[in-house]
Design a protein around this ligand. Structure first.
Ligand code: UTP
Length: 408
Protein backbone atom coordinates (compact mmCIF):
# COMPACT_ATOMS: atom_id res chain seq x y z
CA UNK A 1 0.00 0.00 0.00
CA UNK A 2 1.36 3.45 -0.91
CA UNK A 3 1.19 6.52 1.28
CA UNK A 4 -1.54 7.99 -0.96
CA UNK A 5 -3.64 4.84 -0.76
CA UNK A 6 -3.24 4.74 3.01
CA UNK A 7 -4.24 8.38 3.32
CA UNK A 8 -7.33 7.84 1.16
CA UNK A 9 -8.32 4.77 3.18
CA UNK A 10 -7.88 6.55 6.50
CA UNK A 11 -9.56 9.79 5.40
CA UNK A 12 -12.74 7.99 4.44
CA UNK A 13 -12.91 6.73 8.06
CA UNK A 14 -11.73 9.87 9.85
CA UNK A 15 -8.44 8.24 10.94
CA UNK A 16 -5.86 10.30 9.02
CA UNK A 17 -4.09 11.26 12.29
CA UNK A 18 -2.35 7.87 12.03
CA UNK A 19 -0.05 9.32 9.37
CA UNK A 20 0.90 12.34 11.45
CA UNK A 21 4.52 11.22 11.97
CA UNK A 22 4.98 9.56 8.58
CA UNK A 23 7.62 12.01 7.34
CA UNK A 24 9.79 11.38 10.43
CA UNK A 25 9.94 7.61 9.88
CA UNK A 26 12.66 5.56 8.24
CA UNK A 27 11.90 3.23 5.35
CA UNK A 28 11.26 0.14 7.48
CA UNK A 29 9.01 1.97 9.90
CA UNK A 30 6.99 3.39 7.01
CA UNK A 31 6.48 -0.16 5.71
CA UNK A 32 5.29 -1.37 9.12
CA UNK A 33 2.80 1.47 9.43
CA UNK A 34 1.43 1.12 5.88
CA UNK A 35 1.11 -2.63 6.41
CA UNK A 36 -0.92 -2.12 9.58
CA UNK A 37 -3.16 0.40 7.84
CA UNK A 38 -3.76 -2.00 4.95
CA UNK A 39 -4.82 -4.71 7.44
CA UNK A 40 -7.20 -2.51 9.45
CA UNK A 41 -10.74 -3.80 9.91
CA UNK A 42 -12.83 -0.63 10.00
CA UNK A 43 -16.07 -2.55 10.50
CA UNK A 44 -15.06 -2.96 14.15
CA UNK A 45 -15.05 0.80 14.65
CA UNK A 46 -18.60 1.05 13.36
CA UNK A 47 -19.76 -1.06 16.31
CA UNK A 48 -19.03 1.71 18.81
CA UNK A 49 -22.32 3.09 20.08
CA UNK A 50 -23.98 -0.05 18.79
CA UNK A 51 -22.56 -2.29 21.48
CA UNK A 52 -25.73 -2.94 23.42
CA UNK A 53 -27.59 -4.00 20.30
CA UNK A 54 -24.77 -6.35 19.36
CA UNK A 55 -25.18 -8.38 22.48
CA UNK A 56 -28.95 -8.48 22.95
CA UNK A 57 -30.07 -11.74 24.51
CA UNK A 58 -32.96 -14.01 23.47
CA UNK A 59 -35.33 -15.82 25.83
CA UNK A 60 -33.37 -17.03 28.86
CA UNK A 61 -34.14 -20.08 30.98
CA UNK A 62 -32.19 -21.75 33.78
CA UNK A 63 -30.00 -24.78 33.15
CA UNK A 64 -29.04 -27.22 35.89
CA UNK A 65 -25.87 -29.26 36.03
CA UNK A 66 -24.57 -32.74 36.43
CA UNK A 67 -23.98 -32.29 40.14
CA UNK A 68 -20.99 -33.25 42.24
CA UNK A 69 -23.02 -36.07 43.83
CA UNK A 70 -24.15 -37.42 40.47
CA UNK A 71 -20.59 -37.32 39.15
CA UNK A 72 -19.25 -39.08 42.23
CA UNK A 73 -21.73 -41.93 41.74
CA UNK A 74 -20.45 -42.68 38.23
CA UNK A 75 -16.91 -41.44 38.62
CA UNK A 76 -15.18 -44.74 37.84
CA UNK A 77 -17.18 -45.28 34.69
CA UNK A 78 -16.58 -41.72 33.47
CA UNK A 79 -12.90 -41.86 34.28
CA UNK A 80 -12.46 -45.10 32.40
CA UNK A 81 -14.18 -43.70 29.30
CA UNK A 82 -12.11 -40.50 29.52
CA UNK A 83 -8.81 -42.33 29.93
CA UNK A 84 -9.62 -44.56 26.97
CA UNK A 85 -10.26 -41.50 24.80
CA UNK A 86 -6.98 -39.95 25.95
CA UNK A 87 -5.05 -43.16 25.36
CA UNK A 88 -6.53 -43.34 21.87
CA UNK A 89 -5.07 -39.86 21.23
CA UNK A 90 -8.51 -38.29 20.83
CA UNK A 91 -8.07 -35.47 23.35
CA UNK A 92 -5.96 -32.32 23.02
CA UNK A 93 -5.50 -29.44 25.46
CA UNK A 94 -5.59 -25.76 24.51
CA UNK A 95 -4.12 -23.15 26.83
CA UNK A 96 -5.41 -19.63 26.21
CA UNK A 97 -2.43 -17.46 27.03
CA UNK A 98 -2.84 -14.56 24.62
CA UNK A 99 -4.38 -12.15 27.14
CA UNK A 100 -2.60 -9.13 28.55
CA UNK A 101 -3.62 -9.50 32.18
CA UNK A 102 -4.19 -5.76 32.48
CA UNK A 103 -5.91 -6.06 35.86
CA UNK A 104 -2.88 -7.79 37.31
CA UNK A 105 -0.64 -5.18 35.71
CA UNK A 106 2.21 -7.54 34.93
CA UNK A 107 4.66 -6.48 32.22
CA UNK A 108 5.19 -10.05 31.04
CA UNK A 109 2.91 -12.96 30.12
CA UNK A 110 0.62 -13.91 33.01
CA UNK A 111 1.84 -17.50 32.88
CA UNK A 112 5.30 -16.24 33.91
CA UNK A 113 3.92 -15.10 37.25
CA UNK A 114 5.79 -16.73 40.11
CA UNK A 115 3.12 -18.00 42.49
CA UNK A 116 5.66 -19.65 44.77
CA UNK A 117 6.69 -18.49 48.24
CA UNK A 118 9.59 -20.67 49.43
CA UNK A 119 10.44 -21.82 45.91
CA UNK A 120 9.85 -20.65 42.37
CA UNK A 121 6.61 -21.93 40.93
CA UNK A 122 5.33 -20.30 37.78
CA UNK A 123 1.74 -20.40 36.65
CA UNK A 124 2.79 -22.11 33.42
CA UNK A 125 4.74 -24.63 35.46
CA UNK A 126 1.82 -25.48 37.72
CA UNK A 127 -0.50 -25.89 34.72
CA UNK A 128 1.95 -28.24 33.02
CA UNK A 129 2.28 -30.15 36.27
CA UNK A 130 -1.52 -30.51 36.44
CA UNK A 131 -1.56 -31.81 32.88
CA UNK A 132 1.33 -34.18 33.56
CA UNK A 133 -0.72 -35.88 36.28
CA UNK A 134 -3.20 -37.00 33.63
CA UNK A 135 -0.43 -37.93 31.19
CA UNK A 136 1.01 -40.18 33.86
CA UNK A 137 -2.32 -41.74 34.71
CA UNK A 138 -3.17 -42.36 31.06
CA UNK A 139 0.35 -43.39 30.09
CA UNK A 140 0.00 -41.25 26.96
CA UNK A 141 1.12 -37.76 25.95
CA UNK A 142 -1.66 -35.26 25.35
CA UNK A 143 -1.10 -32.82 22.46
CA UNK A 144 -0.81 -29.43 24.10
CA UNK A 145 -1.66 -26.30 22.08
CA UNK A 146 -0.68 -22.93 23.49
CA UNK A 147 -2.20 -19.71 22.17
CA UNK A 148 -0.08 -16.59 22.53
CA UNK A 149 -0.39 -13.14 20.96
CA UNK A 150 2.05 -11.06 18.93
CA UNK A 151 2.68 -9.16 22.16
CA UNK A 152 3.77 -12.10 24.27
CA UNK A 153 4.70 -14.91 21.90
CA UNK A 154 8.43 -14.36 22.06
CA UNK A 155 8.54 -14.11 25.86
CA UNK A 156 6.29 -17.14 26.26
CA UNK A 157 8.09 -19.47 23.88
CA UNK A 158 11.50 -18.43 25.27
CA UNK A 159 10.29 -19.01 28.83
CA UNK A 160 9.08 -22.51 28.03
CA UNK A 161 12.33 -23.29 26.24
CA UNK A 162 14.48 -21.95 29.08
CA UNK A 163 12.58 -24.15 31.53
CA UNK A 164 12.78 -27.20 29.33
CA UNK A 165 9.00 -27.13 28.86
CA UNK A 166 8.62 -27.90 32.56
CA UNK A 167 9.13 -31.57 31.85
CA UNK A 168 6.55 -31.82 29.07
CA UNK A 169 7.46 -33.61 25.85
CA UNK A 170 8.36 -30.83 23.37
CA UNK A 171 7.12 -32.96 20.48
CA UNK A 172 3.57 -32.63 21.81
CA UNK A 173 3.60 -28.85 22.26
CA UNK A 174 2.28 -26.53 19.54
CA UNK A 175 2.38 -22.75 19.93
CA UNK A 176 0.12 -20.58 17.79
CA UNK A 177 -0.52 -16.85 17.69
CA UNK A 178 -3.91 -15.18 17.92
CA UNK A 179 -5.03 -12.14 15.96
CA UNK A 180 -4.96 -8.49 16.97
CA UNK A 181 -7.50 -5.64 16.85
CA UNK A 182 -6.96 -1.86 17.06
CA UNK A 183 -7.58 0.06 20.29
CA UNK A 184 -9.43 3.36 20.13
CA UNK A 185 -10.21 6.40 22.27
CA UNK A 186 -13.77 7.18 23.34
CA UNK A 187 -14.40 8.96 20.01
CA UNK A 188 -13.36 5.92 18.03
CA UNK A 189 -9.98 7.36 16.95
CA UNK A 190 -7.34 4.64 16.78
CA UNK A 191 -4.51 5.11 19.28
CA UNK A 192 -0.85 4.90 18.29
CA UNK A 193 1.64 3.14 20.55
CA UNK A 194 4.62 4.48 18.63
CA UNK A 195 5.11 6.91 15.78
CA UNK A 196 5.15 4.02 13.32
CA UNK A 197 2.78 1.64 15.10
CA UNK A 198 -0.95 1.58 15.68
CA UNK A 199 -2.05 0.49 19.10
CA UNK A 200 -3.30 -3.04 18.68
CA UNK A 201 -4.14 -5.68 21.25
CA UNK A 202 -5.17 -9.33 21.25
CA UNK A 203 -8.72 -9.61 19.93
CA UNK A 204 -10.14 -11.64 22.80
CA UNK A 205 -10.17 -15.37 23.47
CA UNK A 206 -13.08 -16.10 21.08
CA UNK A 207 -10.86 -16.45 18.04
CA UNK A 208 -8.80 -19.32 19.43
CA UNK A 209 -10.13 -22.00 17.09
CA UNK A 210 -9.94 -19.89 13.94
CA UNK A 211 -6.39 -18.88 14.92
CA UNK A 212 -5.56 -22.55 15.38
CA UNK A 213 -6.94 -23.20 11.92
CA UNK A 214 -5.04 -20.26 10.40
CA UNK A 215 -1.85 -21.60 11.94
CA UNK A 216 -2.39 -24.80 9.93
CA UNK A 217 -2.93 -26.90 13.03
CA UNK A 218 -6.21 -28.48 11.96
CA UNK A 219 -4.28 -30.76 9.63
CA UNK A 220 -1.99 -31.66 12.50
CA UNK A 221 -4.99 -32.46 14.69
CA UNK A 222 -6.46 -34.64 11.96
CA UNK A 223 -3.17 -36.44 11.56
CA UNK A 224 -3.04 -37.06 15.32
CA UNK A 225 -6.71 -38.14 15.42
CA UNK A 226 -7.78 -35.47 17.91
CA UNK A 227 -11.55 -35.36 18.30
CA UNK A 228 -11.91 -33.27 21.45
CA UNK A 229 -10.23 -30.13 22.72
CA UNK A 230 -10.13 -29.08 26.35
CA UNK A 231 -9.72 -25.30 26.30
CA UNK A 232 -8.82 -23.43 29.47
CA UNK A 233 -7.55 -20.16 30.94
CA UNK A 234 -3.98 -19.48 31.98
CA UNK A 235 -4.78 -17.93 35.33
CA UNK A 236 -6.54 -20.67 37.29
CA UNK A 237 -3.78 -22.34 39.22
CA UNK A 238 -6.01 -25.27 40.24
CA UNK A 239 -7.13 -25.89 36.68
CA UNK A 240 -7.61 -29.59 35.97
CA UNK A 241 -6.66 -30.20 32.37
CA UNK A 242 -7.90 -33.03 30.18
CA UNK A 243 -9.65 -34.29 33.31
CA UNK A 244 -10.61 -37.86 32.36
CA UNK A 245 -13.78 -37.80 34.47
CA UNK A 246 -14.99 -34.63 32.71
CA UNK A 247 -14.07 -36.05 29.29
CA UNK A 248 -15.83 -39.33 30.06
CA UNK A 249 -18.97 -37.61 31.37
CA UNK A 250 -19.24 -35.43 28.24
CA UNK A 251 -18.80 -38.45 25.98
CA UNK A 252 -21.35 -40.48 27.94
CA UNK A 253 -23.84 -37.59 27.82
CA UNK A 254 -23.55 -37.56 24.02
CA UNK A 255 -22.99 -33.80 24.06
CA UNK A 256 -20.94 -31.81 21.55
CA UNK A 257 -19.42 -29.78 24.35
CA UNK A 258 -18.99 -29.67 28.09
CA UNK A 259 -18.38 -26.79 30.46
CA UNK A 260 -17.04 -26.97 33.97
CA UNK A 261 -19.13 -24.87 36.33
CA UNK A 262 -19.17 -24.03 40.02
CA UNK A 263 -22.19 -23.36 42.23
CA UNK A 264 -22.31 -19.63 42.92
CA UNK A 265 -20.75 -18.57 46.20
CA UNK A 266 -23.61 -16.09 46.65
CA UNK A 267 -26.37 -14.83 44.35
CA UNK A 268 -24.48 -11.64 43.52
CA UNK A 269 -21.20 -13.26 42.61
CA UNK A 270 -19.85 -11.65 39.46
CA UNK A 271 -19.65 -14.67 37.20
CA UNK A 272 -21.18 -15.57 33.86
CA UNK A 273 -23.85 -18.23 34.37
CA UNK A 274 -24.58 -21.16 32.07
CA UNK A 275 -28.23 -21.15 31.01
CA UNK A 276 -30.44 -21.70 27.97
CA UNK A 277 -31.07 -18.93 25.47
CA UNK A 278 -33.82 -19.64 22.96
CA UNK A 279 -33.44 -23.30 23.86
CA UNK A 280 -29.68 -23.45 23.22
CA UNK A 281 -26.85 -23.32 25.75
CA UNK A 282 -25.62 -19.85 26.46
CA UNK A 283 -23.85 -17.79 29.06
CA UNK A 284 -25.50 -14.81 30.69
CA UNK A 285 -23.15 -12.33 32.30
CA UNK A 286 -23.89 -11.16 35.84
CA UNK A 287 -24.62 -7.62 34.60
CA UNK A 288 -27.13 -8.95 32.07
CA UNK A 289 -29.24 -10.67 34.73
CA UNK A 290 -32.35 -9.11 36.23
CA UNK A 291 -32.80 -9.04 39.99
CA UNK A 292 -35.42 -11.72 39.67
CA UNK A 293 -33.05 -14.02 37.80
CA UNK A 294 -30.32 -13.42 40.34
CA UNK A 295 -32.48 -14.36 43.32
CA UNK A 296 -35.00 -16.97 42.02
CA UNK A 297 -34.71 -20.38 43.67
CA UNK A 298 -36.18 -23.83 43.03
CA UNK A 299 -38.35 -25.82 45.45
CA UNK A 300 -35.25 -27.00 47.31
CA UNK A 301 -33.95 -23.48 47.75
CA UNK A 302 -31.19 -23.75 45.13
CA UNK A 303 -30.60 -20.73 42.88
CA UNK A 304 -32.13 -21.30 39.46
CA UNK A 305 -29.26 -19.50 37.73
CA UNK A 306 -26.70 -21.17 39.90
CA UNK A 307 -23.77 -22.35 37.85
CA UNK A 308 -20.89 -20.00 37.08
CA UNK A 309 -18.34 -20.65 34.35
CA UNK A 310 -14.68 -21.22 35.16
CA UNK A 311 -13.37 -21.12 31.59
CA UNK A 312 -12.70 -24.80 31.17
CA UNK A 313 -14.52 -26.29 28.20
CA UNK A 314 -14.46 -29.47 26.21
CA UNK A 315 -15.37 -29.05 22.53
CA UNK A 316 -15.93 -31.60 19.81
CA UNK A 317 -13.55 -30.75 16.96
CA UNK A 318 -16.08 -31.79 14.30
CA UNK A 319 -18.55 -29.23 15.61
CA UNK A 320 -15.90 -26.52 15.94
CA UNK A 321 -14.86 -27.09 12.33
CA UNK A 322 -18.45 -26.52 11.20
CA UNK A 323 -18.73 -23.15 12.95
CA UNK A 324 -15.20 -21.90 12.39
CA UNK A 325 -16.30 -19.34 9.81
CA UNK A 326 -19.35 -18.10 11.70
CA UNK A 327 -18.77 -14.72 13.28
CA UNK A 328 -18.98 -14.21 17.00
CA UNK A 329 -20.42 -11.04 18.55
CA UNK A 330 -17.77 -8.40 19.17
CA UNK A 331 -17.59 -6.99 22.70
CA UNK A 332 -16.45 -3.42 23.17
CA UNK A 333 -14.47 -3.31 26.38
CA UNK A 334 -13.22 -0.27 28.28
CA UNK A 335 -9.51 -0.64 29.08
CA UNK A 336 -6.36 1.26 29.99
CA UNK A 337 -4.56 1.71 26.69
CA UNK A 338 -0.97 3.02 26.50
CA UNK A 339 -0.65 5.58 23.71
CA UNK A 340 1.59 8.36 22.40
CA UNK A 341 0.30 11.85 23.03
CA UNK A 342 0.42 14.93 20.79
CA UNK A 343 4.10 15.39 21.71
CA UNK A 344 4.97 11.87 20.64
CA UNK A 345 5.51 10.75 24.28
CA UNK A 346 4.28 7.36 25.52
CA UNK A 347 1.57 7.65 28.19
CA UNK A 348 0.51 4.72 30.39
CA UNK A 349 -2.89 5.71 31.77
CA UNK A 350 -3.96 4.91 35.32
CA UNK A 351 -7.64 4.83 34.36
CA UNK A 352 -9.46 3.37 31.35
CA UNK A 353 -9.11 5.69 28.38
CA UNK A 354 -10.78 3.89 25.51
CA UNK A 355 -12.02 0.68 23.99
CA UNK A 356 -10.66 -2.62 22.79
CA UNK A 357 -12.60 -5.05 20.61
CA UNK A 358 -12.86 -8.64 21.72
CA UNK A 359 -14.69 -11.81 20.82
CA UNK A 360 -15.16 -14.25 23.67
CA UNK A 361 -15.00 -18.00 23.92
CA UNK A 362 -18.15 -17.98 26.04
CA UNK A 363 -20.14 -16.88 22.99
CA UNK A 364 -19.10 -20.09 21.23
CA UNK A 365 -21.24 -22.03 23.69
CA UNK A 366 -24.37 -20.56 22.10
CA UNK A 367 -23.27 -21.98 18.75
CA UNK A 368 -23.42 -25.49 20.21
CA UNK A 369 -26.62 -27.56 20.04
CA UNK A 370 -26.04 -28.81 23.56
CA UNK A 371 -23.54 -28.52 26.37
CA UNK A 372 -22.99 -30.68 29.42
CA UNK A 373 -23.01 -28.42 32.46
CA UNK A 374 -20.54 -30.22 34.74
CA UNK A 375 -20.24 -29.15 38.35
CA UNK A 376 -16.86 -29.03 40.04
CA UNK A 377 -15.86 -28.19 43.60
CA UNK A 378 -14.55 -24.65 43.58
CA UNK A 379 -12.24 -25.28 46.51
CA UNK A 380 -10.47 -27.95 44.44
CA UNK A 381 -10.58 -26.51 40.94
CA UNK A 382 -11.06 -22.76 40.90
CA UNK A 383 -8.37 -20.33 42.02
CA UNK A 384 -8.14 -17.68 39.31
CA UNK A 385 -5.60 -14.87 39.54
CA UNK A 386 -7.16 -11.80 37.98
CA UNK A 387 -6.48 -8.92 40.35
CA UNK A 388 -3.54 -7.56 42.31
CA UNK A 389 -5.27 -7.94 45.67
CA UNK A 390 -8.53 -9.15 47.19
CA UNK A 391 -10.93 -11.36 45.26
CA UNK A 392 -9.34 -13.65 42.66
CA UNK A 393 -5.83 -12.47 43.41
CA UNK A 394 -2.46 -14.09 43.98
CA UNK A 395 -3.19 -13.94 47.71
CA UNK A 396 -6.51 -15.77 47.45
CA UNK A 397 -5.03 -18.31 45.02
CA UNK A 398 -2.17 -19.05 47.43
CA UNK A 399 -4.70 -19.75 50.20
CA UNK A 400 -6.38 -22.28 47.96
CA UNK A 401 -3.09 -23.83 46.89
CA UNK A 402 -2.26 -24.37 50.54
CA UNK A 403 -5.60 -26.08 51.13
CA UNK A 404 -4.92 -28.36 48.17
CA UNK A 405 -1.56 -29.42 49.49
CA UNK A 406 0.49 -27.84 46.69
CA UNK A 407 4.11 -27.33 47.61
CA UNK A 408 5.04 -23.71 46.87
P1 UTP B 1 -9.32 -12.55 30.79
O1 UTP B 1 -10.65 -12.24 30.24
O2 UTP B 1 -9.21 -12.70 32.26
O3 UTP B 1 -8.30 -11.47 30.26
O4 UTP B 1 -8.80 -13.86 30.05
P2 UTP B 1 -6.78 -11.20 30.61
O5 UTP B 1 -6.19 -10.58 29.40
O6 UTP B 1 -6.08 -12.42 31.12
O7 UTP B 1 -6.83 -10.18 31.82
P3 UTP B 1 -7.40 -8.67 31.91
O8 UTP B 1 -8.89 -8.78 31.65
O9 UTP B 1 -6.69 -7.87 30.87
O10 UTP B 1 -7.06 -8.29 33.29
C1 UTP B 1 -9.27 -15.14 30.28
C2 UTP B 1 -8.35 -16.08 29.52
O11 UTP B 1 -8.38 -15.80 28.13
C3 UTP B 1 -7.07 -15.53 27.65
C4 UTP B 1 -6.28 -15.07 28.86
O12 UTP B 1 -4.89 -15.26 28.65
C5 UTP B 1 -6.88 -15.96 29.94
O13 UTP B 1 -6.32 -17.25 29.89
N1 UTP B 1 -7.13 -14.49 26.60
C6 UTP B 1 -7.76 -13.32 26.84
C7 UTP B 1 -6.51 -14.75 25.41
O14 UTP B 1 -5.91 -15.82 25.19
N2 UTP B 1 -6.57 -13.77 24.44
C8 UTP B 1 -7.20 -12.59 24.63
O15 UTP B 1 -7.21 -11.76 23.71
C9 UTP B 1 -7.81 -12.36 25.86
Amino acid sequence: MTYEEALARLTSHGQEHLLKYYEELNHEEKEVLLGQIADLDFSLLELIGDGAKQNEKGKLEPLGALTLAEIEEKKDMYEKAGLEAIQAGKVGAVLLAGGQGTRLGLDKPKGMLNVGVHKELYLFEQLVSNLLEVVKKAGAWIPFFIMTSEKNNEDTTRFFEEHNYFGYNREYIYFFIQEMAPSVDYDGKIYMEDKYKLSVSPNGNGGWFSSLAKAGLLDKMKELGIEWLNTFAVDNVLQKIADPVFVGATLEAGCVCGAKVVAKADPNEKVGVLCLEDGKPSIVEYYEMTDEMIHSRDAEGKLLYNYGMILNYLFEVKTLSKIVNESLPVHIVEKKIPFINENGKLVKPEEPNGYKFETLILDMIHMMDNCLSYEVDRSREFAPIKNRTGVDSLESAREMMKKNGIDF
